[in-house]
Design a protein around this ligand. Structure first.
Ligand SMILES: [Zn+2]
Ligand SMILES: [Zn+2]
Length: 229
């Protein structure tokens, strides 16, 4: 018996075949089936580039705009869940109230999909230093650290407000806030890099992160992943 990390009820975790052979203790079921059912997986009919819900043609209108903006150099994004009320509640508790233990819920929700994506380097998006100081932990790397080896190639410059507080239009106007860490000591050209974020909203943040890497390593093969979008 375990206690659900979201509702506190006792439940019997189901062990999957994958977990029997997994070193990922973090992938154990940590929420009850009733809470799990509140999270909505992305539909199978989704944009081939950004995993978003498709309304008309593929790729979606947003990706077509990115394609124009970047002259065809669009980025493939993988995501697992649809942003809904359950996710909103989870992220508010995790990020706004700094409830660290909830990173285990996010790990449980994404580990199976993430383990299918092989990369040479897994690069978490850095949090602004002022936010990290407030919460005492880095919300993105806390999710992914037990799941994949992380490479901290990016830094975030101080003084850029949280994306969560912005409207969609403001987000798209956000200026580049990422930079490469001063010393990387590796040639990342032709390497497969997977950028890791928690939520994909407009794509602006992840594209900025990619730009920071591709400026120095134009041949790096960069795609991205988030738990939800
Ligand atoms: Zn529950
Ligand atoms: Zn798309």
């Amino acid at each position: 018996m375990k206690y659900c990390l979201l509702c506190g009820q006792k439940f019997l975790p189901q062990t999957s075949f994958l977990q029997l052979f997994s070193w990922r203790k973090k992938s154990e079921q940590c929420i009850c089936n009733r809470c799990l059912a509140r999270f909505e997986r992305l539909p199978s009919k989704r944009c081939s580039l950004c995993s978003g819900r498709l309304l008309d043609g593929d790729p979606c209108a947003d990706c077509q705009k990115w394609s124009q903006h970047y002259l065809g150099n669009v980025m493939k994004h993988h995501a697992v869940f649809q942003y809904n009320d359950a996710f909103h509640d989870l992220m508010v508790s995790y990020k706004r109230y700094g409830d660290y233990i909830l990173c285990e819920v996010l790990q449980f929700l994404c580990y199976a999909e993430l383990s299918k994506l092989k990369a040479d380097f897994y690069v978490p998006l850095p949090t602004a230093p002022e936010h990290q100081a407030k919460r005492q932990f880095d919300t993105i790397s806390a999710i992914y650290r037990p799941l994949v080896p992380l490479s901290f190639f990016l830094i975030k410059r101080d003084g850029f407000g949280a994306q969560g507080e912005k409207t969609r239009t403001d987000r798209l106007k956000t200026k580049q806030s990422f930079a490469l860490r001063q010393y990387i000591g590796l040639d990342l050209n032709f390497k497969k890099i997977l950028l890791l974020d928690d939520i994909y909203t407009t794509g602006r943040t992840l594209y900025h992160a990619r730009d920071a890497l591709q400026n120095k390593f134009p041949q790096a093969q960069i795609s991205s992943f988030s738990v939800c979008r």
